[in-house]
Design a protein around this ligand. Sequence first.
Ligand code: VG1
Ligand code: CO
Length: 548
Amino acid sequence: MRIHTISTSPFTDQKPGTSGLRKKVTVFKQENYLENFVQSIFNALDNTKGMTLVLGGDGRYYNREAIHIILRVAAANGVAKILLGCNGILSTPAVSNIIRQYKANGGIILSASHNPGGPDEDFGIKYNIDNGGPAPEKITESIYQQSLHISDYKIIDANAIDMDHIGELTLGEMKIHIIDSVADYADLMEKLFDFELIRDYVQSAEFKFCFDAMHAVTGPYAIEIFEKRLQAPAGTVIHEVPMADFGGGHPDPNLVHAKKLVKKMYAADAPNFGAASDGDGDRNMILGRHFYVTPSDSLAILAANTTLIPGYAEGLCGVARSMPTSQAVDRVAKVLGIPCYETPTGWKFFGNLLDAGKISLCGEESFGTGSNHVREKDGLWAVLFWLNILAVKQQPVVKLVHDHWLQYGRNIYTRHDYEAISSKKADALIRHLRDHAESLKGKKYGSYEISLCDDFSYIDPVDGSESQHQGIRIFFTNGARIIYRLSGTGTQGATLRVYIEQTETDTKKIRLSFKRTPQELLAGLIELSTSLADIKHLTGRTKPDVIT
Ligand code: VG1
Ligand code: CO
């Protein structure tokens, strides 16, 4: 095996964002671009010699080519063994599980998650550590620093391997185990949930279920779990074949992009339960018949019903949510008498809390829910959690949610995204808010009075690391909140996310809210969110591109 040391020069744009490095495929295809980043990962790790790593991706365009490059760089850096998903496919939660199950030293996930795929679309790469979770900021920052100072990378010559058959091969001195992408993950799900009960439920005449895999990574997982192991009728899973371009769609499970599923769920003969997952399988959207469950509510409902699930029968030690996620789960934690942590956006902030046994369930408003079973958010896990609850309770989704609100109170919630605005304008908007935070306190707008405005910063309670500038928060005296932050996953300009939340504890008003949409219920606060940040003037936009 000949190891080549190739001279290279740094790219200045390899700073990992909320979830790894995401760029257009055309950027990744530049000479040395991927090689540089992979070598920077290895340089940031103490010692790559003898390591075992997990490798796989969501099957998007450039997945296979990237795997070949990564294998050759890994072999040259002395990595001993790679566990590679068959066909190069592994969902993000499956990677997390495999790292943990086989005690690997880490893993590399190739995905740009919910972003579209194809020659002119997005690609991404992310490093996960030995707990199975995304590398913490300390490591991503070190990878970035390495990328800024890299002068060469190591690579071996090798032909493309056959990754489409389970088995073992060697590349130079490195072993490659091509593993079944689905089996270990499906086995784990069987350990956590009551498959027998769910099997009966999904086969009963009165229950109909539809899962939209969005031509992304979860197709094979969903077929194995829902149609094979749980014996749901054939056709329960739609868009089940993973495609390099996700069939031309955005693999983003929300009301805008999961069109076919949403149409089905709002039709006259709609199924009782609908769900979808994203490009890499870590997100989930939950729908009932003619009813959409807000992700923040979904998290709270899972927390409130945990003890119905065999794998969580002992209850929760604590919960966490990302800062912009609604405070619905806080209410449940309060009733349960357990701590509730508030972290910056991104799953990497939950890892320490999960490892330290401070929390066992966590989630984000962006269709992400997970637990201590792995160290990533987990789409199919959340769907199974819901199925298990429904199988025990035998109630329509809408009733379950309404009853939850009546018992715990309702956090009416929406997120408005302004996509692909110029970075300069977006930065100016946030800076403007930050600079005026102090002066906003005490200001009154109709029935809304600002009690506090700040820029969220977080000190990790486990390792003391500090993360600043995580979003501008505006609190109102009546419990409402507006939050502004810029996305860290986009590949074009900046995306401004505005999170709007209002609390309601009066059961009479909660009942009245059943018939109205969050957009109607929050109209006044939404209006205020645009005027407070001067969105129209500073970005030129009159309405958001995506509302969830
Ligand atoms: C978004 C979401 C965040 C999520 C992240 C990764 O980040 O808001 O909650 O953790 O995507 O999810 P941002 O910085 O664009 O707001 V995924 O499914 O892309 O791995
Ligand atoms: Co994702």
